[in-house]
Design a protein around this ligand. Structure first.
Ligand SMILES: NC(=O)c1ccc[n+]([C@@H]2O[C@H](COP(=O)([O-])OP(=O)(O)OC[C@H]3O[C@@H](n4cnc5c(N)ncnc54)[C@H](O)[C@@H]3O)[C@@H](O)[C@H]2O)c1
Ligand SMILES: O=C(O)C(=O)C[C@@H](O)[C@H](O)[C@H](O)COP(=O)(O)O
Ligand SMILES: [Zn+2]
Length: 359
C-alpha cells in the first residue's frame, strides 16, 4: 500500500494506492459517517458494489445510486436525478458520497457533492486507469452539449482510495484510454518516465506491478502541479496537454463515441506537431504515433469540418477573449501555454488532419 498526501493552499487529503483496498475501505474514511450514498455506474455496480457494501461500517445507513455507464451520463439529467436521490435519501451536511467508478462517476458524483447543500464530503474510489488522473486534484464537472466539463467546480475529495486490483477487469479500450493520460503525465514531466511508458505493450495482459508504478508516477506528477496551482491560475493548464483538440473531438462526435483518452491522444499528436512548428524543434511525434498505432488507438476520425473543431476549441475553458490557448512543449518536460489565432489554428489543423487522414 502506498500513501501520498495532497496538500494545497486550502486542502489536504490522502491518496492511497494498493491491492484489495475495497475490503478495508472503512479504515481509510477520514471520519465516521452516519449516512453514506454510494454512486456508481451500471457496469461497476455489477462488479464491485457488493464488496464495498460488505465492508462499510454496520452503523451507517448506506444507499446506492446507479447511473447508466458511459460518458453520456455526465449530464444535467443524471446530475439532477442524483440531487433528487440525495434529497429523497435525506442526506445531510454530515453525510458522505462515495464515487465508485471511473472518471465519469468521479466527476459527476463529485459535482453533486460540491453543490448539494452547498457542499458535502465525498471520497473518490477510482476503478479505471484513467481515474489515476481524474480522482486527484478536485476538478469535478458535467458536460454541456456545447462543450466538455463546462459546468463544474474545484472541490477536492476527503480521500482517494485506489484499489488497483479493480483494473484487472478493464476492457482493452479503457486500458488504452487510461494510458493516454499516463503518457500525458510523461510528456509534461520527464523523458525517462515517458520512454518507460512508451515501452508498454497494451495489447497483451498488462503487468499489475508495472502499471501501478506508472500510475503512482502519474499521480505524483499531477499532485505536484495541483499542490502549486489548485485552481488553474497558471501551471495547472499544463495538465490540459492534448485536451483542447481532444475535448473538441469528444463533443463534436457526441459524448462516448470516442473515449476521453483516445481523443486526448489525437490532441497530443496535434500539440506535438504545433510545438515542433512554433519552436522549430523536433519531438518524438513518430515514436508516439507508432506506439499509439501498435496499441490500436483509433487515429483516423470521421471527417469533421475544420470550422466546427475551431468553434469547439474556442469554447475551451482556457480561452480568453475567444482566443484559443494550446498547451505546447518546448521540450519533453517543459510545457507552456500559448495563444493561437483562429487563422493559424485553422491552417495547422488542416495540415494535421490531412497528415492523420480520415475514415
Ligand atoms: N476531473 C479530472 O481531473 C479528470 C481528469 C481526466 C479525465 N476526466 C474525465 O474522466 C472521464 C473519463 O473517465 P474514465 O475513462 O474512467 O471513463 P468511465 O468512468 O466512463 O469508465 C469507462 C468505462 O469503463 C467501465 N469501468 C469502470 N471501471 C471498470 C472496471 N474496473 N472494470 C470494468 N469496467 C470498468 C465503466 O463502466 C465505463 O463503461 C471523462 O469524463 C473525462 O472528462 C476528469
Ligand atoms: O486536472 C486537470 O487540471 C486536467 O486538466 C486533467 C485532465 O486530464 C482532465 O481531463 C480535466 O477534466 C480537464 O479539465 P478541463 O478544465 O479542461 O475540463
Ligand atoms: Zn483528461
Amino acid at each position: 500500500m502506498h500513501k501520498q498526501t495532497i496538500t494545497t493552499s486550502t486542502n489536504q487529503y490522502d491518496v492511497v494506492v494498493g491491492d484489495d483496498l475495497l475490503s478495508t475501505l472503512y479504515t481509510y474514511l477520514p471520519k465516521a459517517y452516519q449516512h453514506i450514498l454510494v454512486v456508481t455506474d451500471s457496469v461497476v455496480n455489477e462488479l464491485y458494489t457488493e464488496k464495498v457494501l460488505t465492508h462499510l461500517p454496520d452503523s451507517a445507513k448506506v444507499s446506492v445510486h446507479v447511473v447508466p455507464a458511459g460518458e453520456a451520463s455526465k449530464s444535467m439529467e443524471q446530475y439532477s436525478e442524483l440531487l433528487t436521490e440525495a434529497i429523497v435519501q435525506q442526506l445531510d451536511r454530515k453525510s458522505l458520497i462515495i464515487a465508485l467508478g471511473g472518471g465519469m462517476i468521479g466527476d459527476l458524483a463529485g459535482f453533486v457533492a460540491s453543490t448539494y447543500m452547498r457542499g458535502i464530503d465525498y471520497i473518490q474510489v477510482p476503478t479505471t486507469i484513467l481515474a489515476h488522473d481524474s480522482s486527484v486534484g478536485g476538478k469535478v464537472a458535467i458536460n454541456h452539449p456545447e462543450g466538455k466539463n463546462l459546468i463544474g467546480s474545484f472541490y477536492p475529495p476527503q480521500a482517494v482510495i485506489y484499489d488497483v486490483s479493480t483494473l484487472q477487469s478493464l476492457p482493452d479500450k479503457e486500458i488504452r484510454s487510461g494510458y493516454a493520460e499516463v503518457v500525458k503525465h510523461g510528456f509534461i514531466s520527464n523523458r525517462a518516465y515517458l520512454d518507460d511508458v512508451l515501452k508498454t505493450d497494451l495489447t497483451t495482459q498488462i503487468d499489475p506491478i508495472v502499471t501501478t508504478e506508472h500510475l503512482q508516477k502519474g499521480i505524483a506528477v499531477k499532485a505536484s502541479v495541483v499542490e502549486r496551482d489548485e485552481k488553474e491560475s497558471n501551471i495547472r493548464k499544463y495538465l490540459n496537454f492534448g485536451h483542447t483538440l481532444g475535448h473538441a473531438i469528444e463533443s463534436e462526435l457526441g459524448y462516448g463515441q470516442i473515449t476521453h483518452g483516445e481523443a486526448v491522444a489525437i490532441g497530443m499528436l496535434f500539440a506535438i506537431r504545433v510545438s515542433e512548428y512554433k519552436f522549430k524543434i523536433s519531438l518524438p511525434y513518430d515514436a508516439f504515433y507508432r506506439w499509439l498505432s501498435a496499441n490500436n488507438y483509433p487515429l483516423q476520425l470521421p471527417a469533421i469540418p475544420l470550422e466546427k473543431l475551431v468553434e469547439r476549441m474556442k469554447i475551451d475553458k482556457k480561452s480568453e477573449n475567444s482566443t484559443v490557448q494550446l498547451v505546447l512543449l518546448k521540450e519533453i518536460g517543459e510545457p507552456t501555454s500559448e495563444n493561437i489565432s483562429d487563422e493559424e489554428l485553422t491552417d495547422l489543423l488542416e495540415k494535421f488532419m490531412g497528415e492523420l487522414g480520415s475514415e
